[in-house]
Design a protein around this ligand. Sequence first.
Ligand code: NAD
Ligand code: ZN
Length: 373
Amino acid sequence: MTREIKVELAERSYTVVVGVDLLGEAGRIAAASAGKPDRAVIITDSLVGPLYAVAVAAGLSATGCRCETIDFPAGEEHKNLTTYGSVMDRLLSLKPPIDRRCLIVALGGGVVGDLAGFIAATALRGLDFVNVPTTLLADVDAAVGGKTGLNASAGKNLIGAFHQPKAVIMDAAVLKTLPPAQLDNGLAECVKHGVIRDWSLLDFIEENAAKFVAADVGALAELIGRNVAIKAAVVSDDEREAGDRAHLNFGHTIGHAIETAAGYGAVSHGQAVALGMIAAFHIAADRSLIDSTTADRVRQILVGLSLPVRFADLPDLPAAARDPARLREIMAHDKKNIDGIVRFILPTAPGSVATFDDVTDDHIAAAIAALGS
Ligand SMILES: NC(=O)c1ccc[n+]([C@@H]2O[C@H](COP(=O)([O-])OP(=O)(O)OC[C@H]3O[C@@H](n4cnc5c(N)ncnc54)[C@H](O)[C@@H]3O)[C@@H](O)[C@H]2O)c1
Ligand SMILES: [Zn+2]
């Protein structure tokens, strides 16, 4: 069964199509959403391209569209200006030259979506693009909302633009080839969505955890649909993150600090966010915002997903990633700070959160210490 979710953004509105075995139709849906272009370029990475680009290209060609593919080496370390320059040069060297009607199709995980989206935002001052995400993290998070960009030497995601896609096509069947460890990253974001907007999502996640891990595509498609609906609603209300879109940062303040301190690769994003969510619950409990039953429920779900809830669950975590002073220093440089104030998203009730800019160093230190106990 296919589910369609609208991201309401006035003239930039678009539809997210979620289903199983959709890849063969992706080309047709992409072309229709972009007004039947006569040219399309698929941008993908070196792992996803060989698996899925042919199916997407065949669908585009069947609409009468000329279709080429550009790929770049897979991995976060390639989401940078060097890769951007090389992909852009290849795009602009195609013969005959592309013009403004060319459609960019991003096929891959969040790295491809961010990089190809930024290429689309900037090539010829802006091309239409369609996103075909292939990881759970990209499905439930990166592919919806129009944030595109690259990492800079000074930090992650410091270069970028808002550029909304014309459509997003999510085929849960492609998750069958996803390395199982990659699933964690998406599942942690799903738990986050439950905490910030829909407490009942946590029951669904708990009941189906074994199915997700076994890559049951029906269960995954339902999970994706529920999460996209949440992210779409948040983005529709606050496209440019002037207000409540920041709620999506729940678990990420301390989580990002742990990820950065550990050195990228030492801990996965999902693991770091799981610890960050537990730490945020600790601060909320310290401030009497929520009771311990609410925090215990989230801990229980994370444990059920084999995500960490204390430092001891990650024996190889470098010492710097548990050091409150180091984590505090990284938080002080977070690009989401305003006037140097670290902002926290804290739970205030099951399924709801609020933004706080008065969390003290003592609270932060106590939350980090609690992860070590
Ligand atoms: N724009 C946003 O709003 C947003 C939000 C969250 C994250 N992000 C970004 O997303 C990126 C992380 O995305 P990710 O976790 O998808 O990582 P990723 O794109 O690096 O993909 C993970 C790995 O899985 C491989 N892969 C992807 N799909 C596959 C499939 N179906 N089968 C087999 N292998 C597959 C990739 O080649 C890669 O090696 C980060 O750069 C992050 O900053 C962006
Ligand atoms: Zn995240």
